[in-house]
Design a protein. Structure first.
Length: 199
């Protein structure tokens, strides 16, 4: 049995469904909301690359190191974005959460917080992970702030770590959370989801 089996997770109107080719049109439309592929510090696929993006994710799932999800609206089934468990290390019970992006209309809403709650609950409480990690571009300050709001701790920076889409070499900021830190982080996520939002 593999460490992480494909699973559907849902809460508060958000459903995470294992990513498949049936999500191609929806994923392309979500990325088009804000032309997210033009952002230098993300890995959002260009429209013509959407199918290849999904095929790469499916290959990674077969190889056991990534499980990608389509983020969908539970009521309508509309695709809102994408997120993944990746760098899955069964031997030390560690996963990372990443490859995350949302249509512009979903940014700064409850969607990201809900997705993180679903993924972290599954990682810590179902899979029994000791550590959940995140990584982001050193220039993606919005992503760094979002990860820090989860209660994750910065582990450090890997310099000259990966290529960006524009061919420049990025430094990668690494974060993690240990199992013992999860109860407090979960309480904070629930608090953020339950408090009234300013419009």
């Amino acid at each position: 049995m593999v460490f992480i089996e494909p699973v559907t997770l849902s809460q508060r109107g958000v459903r995470l469904v294992p990513l498949g080719l049936e999500h191609e049109d929806g994923l392309r439309a979500a990325a088009a909301d804000g032309e997210l592929w033009t952002l230098r510090v993300t890995s959002v696929p260009e429209p013509r690359e959407t199918r290849a993006y999904i095929e790469t994710a499916l290959k990674s799932r077969t190889e056991g190191h990534r499980l990608a999800f389509a983020v969908t609206d539970e009521a309508s089934g509309r695709v809102l974005g994408c997120t993944s468990f990746h760098d899955i290390l069964p031997s030390v019970q560690r996963v990372e959460i990443g490859y995350t992006w949302y249509a512009q209309r979903c940014q700064r809403t409850h969607v990201n917080t809900t997705c993180k709650l679903l993924l972290m609950t599954h990682a810590f409480e179902t899979l029994g992970c000791h550590v959940v990690g995140w990584r982001t571009d050193n220039f993606n300050h919005a992503s760094q702030r979002a990860i820090e709001r989860l209660g994750a701790k910065q582990d450090g920076v890997i310099r000259g770590h990966a290529l960006r889409r524009d061919g420049t070499i990025r430094d990668t900021v690494m974060y993690s959370m240990r199992r013992g830190e999860w109860p407090e982080a979960k309480a904070q996520l629930l608090y953020l989801l339950d408090k009234p939002r300013a419009d």
